[in-house]
Write a protein that binds this ligand. Structure first.
Ligand code: SAH
Length: 366
């Protein structure tokens, strides 16, 4: 029984898989309510924003699922100038968003790292205010790097890093990546990110063809074993210009299934991991217009409003159906706050909203 499992203090892989597999509406509602209660108790009801700037789609990797993989010739490749990024960062600080995420394709060359260092330093210096004495909180999502690069980016002032493991099923990982990428190297990178001093975020795609409920349960166990601070998960949504696109595989039934699975994964992650930050990702909204608000109702506490300048958004489509590619950040800001209020939550402005898990992890190690 789902209710019996929810009473437990700890969960086995089989328990987690059973929760994730719940199909009955009453059972799902029990899980959602439990997740909400755990969220309220451990991280509170506030929602934190991280303005998302997709600053470059140039990528040296070739992940089979990703719309900006290097072999895809459809997107026009771009990199924002430092000034373009600073304009967005200042807008973000002015709106009271306490943090931003700098995301891009993967590059490891010296020029890229220097450019990033310079951008991080400028953002930190130029967004300081009475409310944010240390400037915006900066999260990076720029893929696999060397230990030295992670260290340099941390020293430049970024303090959170997201790198999804994508799936912890090693065979599946190998199926969706070219041979140049390895599961062990990805895990090693997660360790290096933490060693560099970052708050560590990871996550998986949900609904990858061939992925089972037990795989997802093992993903949750992996998050706990890695002692991660933040989780960003979302549905796998095929991009038609990638090898993982299968024509005719986008029936309404299949879509509903992956959508519900994604919401359940958020809820079960909240119940299991308690005090981590969990993002309700844009990919949920790409499936259904109120997907992101639903994510909040299932225990997420982070939203990532789009701050990529409008003219570049069409060239940063990791998956098909990305929402808001024609709107600018002002439109999104108003719309988003109304949506958060609609589900009975408040946005916490002018604060970084660091992961509570990170704070207790650091306190424990001292
Ligand atoms: N290069 C960086 C950031 C860009 S990709 C990195 O590797 O971290 C960011 C995330 O988008 C990936 O980790 C992946 O989980 C997600 N993503 C890419 N293609 C996707 C797709 N087709 N459906 C759903 N999520 C996708």
């Amino acid at each position: 029984m789902i209710t019996d499992i929810l009473e437990k203090n700890d969960f086995s892989a089989a328990d987690l898989a059973e929760l994730i597999s719940a199909e009955n509406n009453d059972d799902i509602e029990f899980i959602r309510n439990k997740a909400y209660e755990v969220m309220r108790l451990h991280v509170g009801e506030e929602v934190y924003y991280r303005g998302l700037i997709e600053f470059s789609n140039i990528c040296t990797s070739d992940c089979y699922y990703c719309g900006i993989r290097k072999s895809n010739t459809v997107p026009k490749r771009y990199t924002l100038t430092k000034e373009e990024i600073l304009t967005q960062a200042k807008w973000c600080a002015g709106e009271g968003y306490g943090s931003l995420v700098l995301q891009s394709g993967e590059r490891n060359d010296e020029r890229f790292i220097e450019y990033l260092e310079e951008i991080i330093t400028s953002i930190k210096n130029e967004t300081k205010s009475v409310k944010l004495p240390d400037g915006l909180g900066v999260t990076l999502c720029v893929g696999e790097q060397t230990a030295n690069n992670y260290k340099r980016l941390f020293d430049a002032g970024a303090h959170r890093y997201l790198l999804r493991i994508e799936t912890t099923n090693r065979e599946l990982f190998e199926k969706i990546h070219p041979e140049t990428q390895s599961f062990d190297e990805r895990v090693n990178c997660l360790k290096l990110i933490k060693e560099a001093g970052f708050q560590l975020g990871t996550g998986v795609m949900i609904g990858i063809p061939g992925q089972t409920a037990l795989d997802l349960a093992n993903d949750l166990l992996f998050f706990r074993n890695m002692d991660v601070d933040m989780i960003g998960m979302g549905p796998f949504l095929a991009n038609r210009n990638t090898p993982m696109y299968i024509k005719g595989n986008d029936s309404e039934d299949e879509k509903q299934k992956i959508y519900r699975l994604s919401l359940k994964m958020i809820a079960v992650a909240r119940i299991f991991l308690k005090d981590v930050n969990i993002a309700s990702t844009t990919a949920l909204q790409a499936m259904y217009p109120f997907g992101r608000e639903e994510g909040l109702r299932y225990g997420a506490n982070i939203l990532m409003p789009q701050l990529t300048p409008t003219e570049y958004r069409k060239d940063y489509q990791l998956y098909d159906g990305k929402p808001c590619i024609d709107e600018d950040a002002d439109d999104c800001a108003e719309c988003l706050e109304a949506r958060v209020k609609f589900v009975g939550r408040q946005v916490a402005f002018d604060s970084w909203g660091d992961s509570k898990h990170f704070k207790s992890r650091v306190a424990k190690s001292q």
